[in-house]
Design a protein around this ligand. Structure first.
Ligand code: PMP
Length: 402
């Protein structure tokens, strides 16, 4: 018998499975709203012009292909930290931020989870919002942490369950780890307000919780990288020590280049150096050192003032196009078609995704009857909508909910 005769087939990935069903559909009207990758106004993948320019600059410098150090391109991680924390951040000014390049946001989360599993001096329990990005759960579980949930989404209002969130964090054991989406919460598109973040910070402090921020969409939510960093910077200003995962997949469109960073704020440079040494010990047996190309591109953008300005406007362009699709979809459903229900959440939600409130059976009908694909929780990638397909989408949703 084969060595692997007893291996049972696992379930397909719930998000990537949607793309497969989409590919197999031959209808010309088909729309893929499953995967979270930006599409331009013509429904095509978008390589940012600032990224193309940065690539030319990198090529022109005739770079070698030597290994990076274990923690990656030092100039890149320095600039990534500046982007997230801001130049006025105390831990950065003190040289107390331990940071490493990572294999995009997923890799950053995985390094962070592994570090916590090995070095966190309290019970290794992490609270994730319900719902959260599906991959958070196995990332933390596979790293050896116990995963629990805190309330986040309120079905009745298709909004934030702020009372539930506060009650669950207050009821968590002292020193529990809490994962917070820094901006553009995936899958709901619902973020706390700045005042609500301040309250969350107070509870985290009072309960001695450890905040782990996942910032996969800096700039992508509002179009402004500073505004989207509010939660992270507020927590730092309140004296919290944090863990932070950063991804450049969305805001630079570098999805497949796998560019990210993981950082921890330490008490001082001496402690930071000890943390650095342990990050290296975690990373070395996982993948030795990270890939070069994407980090060079991101660093060129972050360190060249004209390119940085251009990139900021391109991020804003992506965010604005998504915001305009939200307005158009809201108007179609609420005002033009008078689709049963209240659709204001489509306009108030933020970032790549909208949690439409469509039920699993309705999403099935949309796939089978209208060739429109989304995850069964009713999440749609707003970036998949454009002037050519949004009317067809709105009419199909209208038909599905009536
Ligand atoms: N966190 C969240 C909340 C995400 O939505 C994503 C991407 N879907 C990631 C992390 C990581 O993505 P990547 O590894 O491509 O950077």
């Amino acid at each position: 018998a084969s060595t692997w005769a007893a291996v049972v087939a696992g379930p397909p990935d719930p998000i990537l499975g949607v793309s497969e069903a989409f590919k197999a559909d031959k209808d010309p009207r088909k729309i893929n709203l499953g995967v979270g990758a930006y599409r331009d106004g013509n429904g095509k993948p978008y390589v940012l012009p600032s990224v193309k320019k940065a690539e030319e600059i990198v090529d022109g410098s005739k770079p070698d292909k030597e290994y990076l150090p274990i923690t990656g391109l030092a100039e890149f991680t320095k600039n990534a930290a500046l982007l997230a924390y801001g130049s006025e951040s105390e831990p950065l000014k003190q040289g107390a931020v331990s940071i490493t390049q990572s294999i995009s946001g997923t890799g950053a989360l995985r390094i962070g989870a592994a570090f916590l599993a090995r070095h966190y001096p309290h019970a290794k329990v992490v609270y994730l919002p319900v719902p959260t990005w599906g991959n958070h759960i196995p990332i933390f579980q596979d790293s050896g942490l116990e995963v629990r949930g805190y309330r986040y989404f309120k079905k009745e209002t298709v909004g934030l369950d702020f009372e539930g969130l506060k009650a669950d964090l207050q009821a968590a054991p002292e020193h529990a780890i809490v994962l917070l989406h820094a901006c553009a919460h995936n899958p709901t598109g619902i973020d706390p307000t700045e005042a609500q973040w301040a309250e969350i910070s107070d509870i985290v402090k009072e309960k001695k919780l450890f905040p782990f921020f996942d910032m996969a969409y800096q700039g992508f939510a509002s179009g402004n990288t500073v505004k989207d960093a509010f939660a992270v910077r507020h927590f730092i200003s309140q004296g919290h020590q944090i863990a932070l995962s950063q991804s450049f997949a969305k805001n630079m469109g570098l999805y497949g280049e796998r560019v990210g960073a993981f950082s921890l704020t330490a008490a001082d440079p001496e402690e930071k150096a000890r943390v650095d040494s342990q990050l290296k010990i975690i990373i070395r047996p996982m993948y030795s050192n990270p890939p070069l190309h994407g980090a060079r591109i991101a660093n060129t953008i972050l360190s060249t003032p004209e390119l940085y300005t251009q990139w900021e406007s391109e991020v804003k362009g992506m965010a604005d196009r998504i915001i305009s699709m939200r307005e158009k979809l809201y108007n179609s459903l609420q005002n033009d078609l008078k689709t049963p229900g209240e659709w204001g959440h489509i306009k108030s939600q933020i970032g790549m995704f909208s949690f439409t409130g469509l039920t699993a059976p309705q999403t099935k009908v949309l796939a089978e009857k209208a060739h429109i694909y989304m995850t069964s929780n009713g999440r749609i990638s707003m970036a998949g909508l454009n002037a050519s397909n949004i009317d067809y989408f709105a009419e199909s949703v209208d038909a599905a909910v009536r």
